[in-house]
Write a protein that binds this ligand. Structure first.
Ligand code: AMP
Length: 388
């Protein structure tokens, strides 16, 4: 999702810019001012409560704002993102917005402030007042709205400056120039939104070959921890030598090494559309690591897919593979195969269950030909792309 808040004093041009942005980026527009005016027109209980405050140029209570905004957001969570106009307007509303975003498992990408002088705002609003029909577009109320803005709304900026997602744009420029400047920020944000897929499945489910083929087709980076470790050993790097020693002593590779390798991989992957993680996370600890690593890069898991194959079919596939040159060192005997399946059952299945509760896991039937399963997975990836 692309979630943006337009910020600035009354008359900065937020409404005008919003019209263009929602059209261009297909965002769902939320103007708390419009929502309140609708409540007033419908003479609802909320509208009646807000009416006099709006008429005097004050800010309506945060309680009222929560009620109108929560409903609108939850009813439109399938949208490509939200464009907030006139919200958050108080420090309390900043936290309301944070909470609402968490509830949708997303976050605000940026807050863009349109900077205009106080006197310019007044002139613009008086001009608008001639045609807007808004009772609060008269000089006395305008001055009060600006006072509220400088006292209660301006401090909101600091929160987003601290978070590093505040962008300032000169709102005195022409409508076109302001629009271009905002679009530049949004394009940059969009290029950061990655499609991150976690691909689960028992050993033998085809997750490796499917994962690699999907990555190739969709411009995603395939991240297989097993392969990354093997490569380090082959390249005889310092880490590779340590991994080899651990292998030789029959020990597991500690998470510290895996974290470092994945971190490097994420940092070095430029110009890609996202990642497909295979064989990671394998444990609950690793699931927290992945969340943290992606968060560090302003990203998050987009989709979790599990390829399901019945156990007997898995054993027969792994057994067949063990007799070919694609035989892995860990499927040379039935004991080893059973051990891997058991390891998946005890350590990785709880991770899938956790994700199922948190995000929902899409199950794909892994029976059938490679092409048949690939098509089902492709549909899922394309659905994921449409969502971001
Ligand atoms: P606007 O259309 O954004 O200029 O808002 C018009 C009026 O609605 C403001 O002057 C406030 O009285 C009220 N209002 C709009 N949004 C908010 C908000 N987020 N918090 C408090 N009051 C708001």
């Amino acid at each position: 999702m692309l979630n943006v808040a337009l910020f600035g004093p009354p008359g900065a041009g937020k409404g005008t810019q919003s019209e263009r942005l929602i059209e261009k980026y297909k965002l769902f527009y939320i103007s708390t001012g419009d929502l309140l005016r609708k409540e007033i027109a419908e003479e609802s209980k909320l509208g009646l409560e807000a009416k006099n405050i709006i008429a005097s140029g004050g800010l309506v209570s945060d309680e009222i704002i929560v009620q109108i905004i929560e409903k609108t957001i939850t009813e439109n969570q399938e949208s490509k993102g939200f464009l907030f106009d006139g919200f958050p307007r108080t420090y309390v509303q900043v936290y309301i917005l944070e909470g609402l975003m968490i509830k949708l498992n997303t976050s605000l990408n940026c807050l863009i402030s349109l900077d205009v002088d106080e006197e310019d705002s007044v002139t613009r609003l008086l001009e608008r007042g001639k045609t807007s029909g808004r009772s609060d577009d008269n000089e006395e109320v305008i001055r009060n709205r600006l006072k509220e803005y400088y006292n209660k709304t301006l401090p909101v900026l600091q929160f987003y400056k601290d978070k590093g997602i505040h962008f300032s744009i000169n709102g005195a420029n022409s409508i076109e120039k302001v629009n271009d400047d905002i679009s530049e920020v949004l394009q940059n944000e969009l290029s950061k939104s990655l499609l991150n897929i976690v691909l689960f499945g028992h050993p033998g489910s085809g997750r490796g070959s499917q994962g690699m083929a999907l990555a190739k087709k969709y411009g995603l980076e395939y991240v297989s921890t097993g392969k990354m470790l093997e490569r380090e050993v082959e390249k005889k790097t310092e880490t590779g030598k340590r991994i080899r020693e651990l292998y030789e002593n029959g020990q597991l590779v500690p998470d510290e090494i895996v974290v470092q390798l994945i971190e490097q991989k994420i940092e070095n992957s430029k110009g890609i559309k996202g990642f497909i993680f295979k064989g990671f996370p394998r444990t609950l600890v690793q699931s927290y690591i992945l969340d943290g690593l992606l968060k560090k890069h302003g990203s998050a898991i987009s989709e979790i897919i599990e390829i399901e194959v019945p156990t007997l079919e898995l054993i027969s596939r792994l057994d067949a593979r063990s007799k070919t040159d694609r035989c892995m060192p860990y499927d040379t005997s039935t004991t080893k195969i059973v051990q891997r399946l058991q390891e998946h059952e005890t350590k990785t299945v709880p991770v899938i269950q956790k994700y199922n509760q948190q995000h929902g896991v899409k199950k794909i039937n892994g029976m059938g030909t490679f092409e048949e399963v690939f098509e089902k997975l492709s549909n899922e990836i394309e659905r994921g792309f449409r969502k971001i």
